[in-house]
Design a protein around this ligand. Structure first.
Ligand code: ATP
Ligand code: MG
Length: 249
């Protein structure tokens, strides 16, 4: 239970003073969110330049092996930073992506394709199962993409090398859509399970995780009227399930 600053408990359990402190703290957090959003926006532009420049240098012919490795490292670290800043940004303010109906399976497949390099590098097997003729999502493509990216990266990071990533998209019992992202990683202990959706809860090494991925993902899915839950069998793997309701007719 590292780095968890929020714990799930009912406000009714809190004495008045503690409750007021919590309110003040929440306000401070919101203010911090607004300030960081501005700073992060400024940080993102030079980061994109670093990533593009590193990619150009990597394409140069006749680069010495050692130099190539260093440039690859620069590119990977800059991408990690960029993923983190995007996570914080979408926490602080939502992307305006409400236009147009979304084909859920296609959107998921796009994310998997985007991660092909990462998946290949880790020798992970991927299984994608998409049912046909599923209901469309009324907007929110960017948010869905971000959630799938977060969950898939978590699955890949949990497995390290090897393992199997299974992604499925099917008709839910309620006529909506169920998305499942499963891995064969170490799983999540019942103790950790209580905290994984809390902001800043991470079991990753210092500098490797912000602990915002699942917190942001659950918020984004809720904004899209869906729900996000986790099931895990420690030692065998983890499944995250997103459930979207049937479209309103
Ligand atoms: N597929 C998974 N298998 C095992 N543990 C997981 C999995 N997904 C999440 N977790 C656990 O939940 C914690 C919180 O996940 P979350 O995505 O919120 O943050 P993070 O991955 O640690 O950091 P960030 O997403 O900001 O890089 C992780 O640190 C890990 O302990
Ligand atoms: Mg994560």
């Amino acid at each position: 239970m590292k780095n968890s600053i929020f714990h799930t408990r009912s406000d009714a359990d809190l004495p008045d003073k503690a409750f007021l402190d919590l309110l003040a703290f929440n306000e401070k957090m919101a203010e911090l969110g607004r300030i960081s959003a501005g700073i992060i926006h400024e940080v993102n532009t030079p980061l994109s330049v670093i990533i593009s420049a590193a990619q150009l240098v990597m394409q140069e012919e006749g680069m010495p092996e050692a130099a190539l490795e260093m440039v690859e490292r620069i590119q990977q670290e800059a991408q990690r930073l960029s993923r983190m800043t995007r996570g914080i940004l979408s926490f602080a303010r939502r992307d305006d992506d409400s236009a147009g109906e979304i084909d859920i399976c296609r959107t998921i497949h796009e994310v998997v394709t985007f991660l092909k390099y990462e998946i290949g590098k880790r020798s992970v097997q991927v299984e994608e199962l998409y049912e046909e003729h599923l209901p469309l999502l009324p907007g929110g493509g960017n948010r869905l993409r971000q959630v799938i990216l977060n969950l898939t990266m978590n699955a890949l990071q949990a497995m390290g090398r090897g393992g199997r990533l299974s992604i499925s998209c099917s008709l839910g019992t309620n006529g909506g859509t169920d998305i499942r992202i499963s891995d064969t990683g170490p799983g999540i202990s019942p103790d950790s399970m209580a905290f994984i959706f809390d902001p800043f809860y991470t079991t990753k090494k210092e500098g490797e995780g912000t602990g915002l991925g699942l917190f942001v993902s659950r918020n984004l899915v809720t904004e899209l009227d869906g729900s996000l839950s986790a099931q895990s069998l420690p030692g065998a793997g983890t499944t995250f399930t997103i459930t979207f309701p049937p479209p309103v007719s």
